[in-house]
Design a protein around this ligand. Structure first.
Ligand code: MN3
Length: 232
């Protein structure tokens, strides 16, 4: 056996094994679907269990699978965090840039979305976030009104966000599709998904009813702590 044959043998075996694994399960990494941090029915009646199951188990899972398939073509991308990918899409090779933008966006957006929700009717921000919202928007009620208007104003599929600029200023912004504040150099504090898949089963075309209900499922302790860490 020549040296070249040895090298071929050594490299052929892992390649064969990995192609078997891929055939059975699809690309399995480097990105993974985080588990829902609560049961699917935990946000009832504001967001129904069936919507949560499909939204997390199918929509979010598909973004993760498609993101893994995209980065599989460029192994160096697998070493980057999802936030690093979002913050510098121009560094992503052009042949997979749109796939990473859409599916990576879907992955990071939903990963945050599950975390910022808990059933919490009447809840309000606390601590420094409460003060910062009052300073910026005048009152919590005014902030709610402005974010609601932004969410209702998104044409088609997208998101509305409370974000921090690089200067740590709070702003309300919106993004189409799975675009997000990270892509613009900002950092979201919280966001609301206004794709129809987020509400159609329960609310059909009544996005306003969904947005009104969503205010009852914001995990303000988590969001306020997130703001504290981002501004520390
Ligand atoms: Mn969604």
């Amino acid at each position: 056996m020549t040296r070249r044959d040895w090298i071929r043998t050594l490299t052929a075996v892992p390649a064969a094994l990995s192609s078997v694994a891929r055939a059975q399960t699809g690309p399995t990494g480097p990105f993974t679907l985080p588990p829902l941090p609560y049961p699917a029915d935990a946000l009832e009646p504001y967001i129904d269990a069936m919507t949560m199951q499909i939204h997390h188990g199918r929509h979010h899972a598909t973004y993760v699978n498609n993101l893994n398939a995209a980065v599989a073509k460029h192994p160096t991308l697998a070493n980057k965090s999802i936030e690093e990918l979002m913050r510098d899409l121009n560094a992503v090779p052009e042949d997979v840039r749109t796939a990473v933008r859409n599916n990576g966006g879907g992955h990071i957006n939903h990963s945050l979305f599950w975390e910022i929700m808990r059933k919490n009717p009447g809840g309000k921000p606390v601590g420094e976030l409460a003060k910062a919202i009052d300073r910026k928007f005048g009152s919590f009620a005014s902030f709610q009104d402005q974010l609601t208007k932004a969410a209702l104003g998104v044409f088609g599929s997208g998101w509305a966000w409370l974000s921090l600029t690089p200067a740590k200023e709070l702003i309300i912004e919106t993004s189409p599709n799975q675009d997000n504040p990270w892509m613009k150099g900002n950092t979201p504090v919280l966001g609301i998904d206004v794709w129809e898949h987020a509400y159609y089963l329960k609310y059909q075309n009544r996005r306003a009813d969904y947005v009104a209900a969503w205010w009852n499922v914001i995990h303000w302790d988590f969001v306020s702590e997130r703001y504290r860490k981002l501004t520390a």
